[in-house]
Ligand binder design. Structure first.
Ligand SMILES: [Zn+2]
Length: 235
């Protein structure tokens, strides 16, 4: 089961990655996938994971990286805020998505069957909002600490992986912000019942927009986590 989820995530991440990476080659030391476009004018590239300085030659259209040196003075902080901070949004966000999904299903079932549990929907709606605000709010800390790592640890060098992460973080904040505004306003999930008023086309449309934003955010955050993982563990 977990293996299947990982495979699906990796497939989705792969699709997004290659749009950003273009042609790639592997670091000969840690096997991290590196983008050819990041090689500088002197044909040099420092591997972001293992810190080797690579001289990348193109031979018959193939990138051939040769290890020249090791960047000894790269700061390797023991307490790395970014990889730690990332787990709060990644851990909480899926439960916010689950909460909104359950509320939507309950909205469809409620007119058909009467279960006392439906009267608890406002509690689930509130819990979903709390989870959303915590996960999206804390992702700002993750984003800022990531930018700080990029400027200090990686000396603001261009890396396709980091460009992708910055772009996707902005997209995640926008999608998460949209979902928070829709959820908190009570326009999609009614503040009184916690459910979608299916009689109102506007409420139904807003609820669908919220669910789509949440679902897209899930794909974005999974890709962020996957790419981030490659920057910690190599391949
Ligand atoms: Zn490497």
């Amino acid at each position: 089961m977990i293996g299947d989820i990982r495979k699906v995530t990796a497939k989705i991440a792969e699709r997004f990655k290659h749009r950003f990476y273009g042609r790639t080659f592997q670091c000969p030391v840690c096997h991290l996938e590196l983008a050819l476009v990041d090689v500088n004018g002197n044909r040099l590239l420092v591997c972001p994971v293992c810190g080797v300085v690579l001289d990348v030659e193109e031979v018959y259209g193939h990138a051939v990286p040769v290890v020249l040196d090791v960047e000894v003075h790269r700061p390797q902080p023991k307490m790395r805020v970014h990889p730690l901070a990332t787990h709060l949004p990644i851990g909480l966000y899926p439960f916010a998505v689950l909460g909104a999904g359950l509320l939507f299903v309950a909205s469809i079932l409620e007119p058909l069957i009467k279960i006392p549990l439906f009267s608890r929907a406002p509690v689930l709606a509130d819990a979903t909002l709390v989870l959303l605000v915590l996960s999206v709010g804390f992702s700002v800390v993750t984003f800022v600490s990531g930018l700080r790592d990029w400027s200090r640890r990686y000396r603001k060098r261009p890396y396709a992986q980091i460009r992708l992460k910055i772009a996707f973080s902005v997209v995640f904040l926008l999608l998460g912000g949209l979902a928070i505004v829709l959820h908190a306003s009570g326009a999609a999930f009614s503040a009184g019942t916690g459910l979608v008023d299916l009689g109102s086309p506007l409420a139904l449309m807003l609820a669908v927009v919220e669910l789509v934003a949440l679902g897209a955010g899930m794909v974005v955050i999974a890709t962020l986590g996957h790419v981030g993982g490659t920057l910690v563990f190599g391949r």
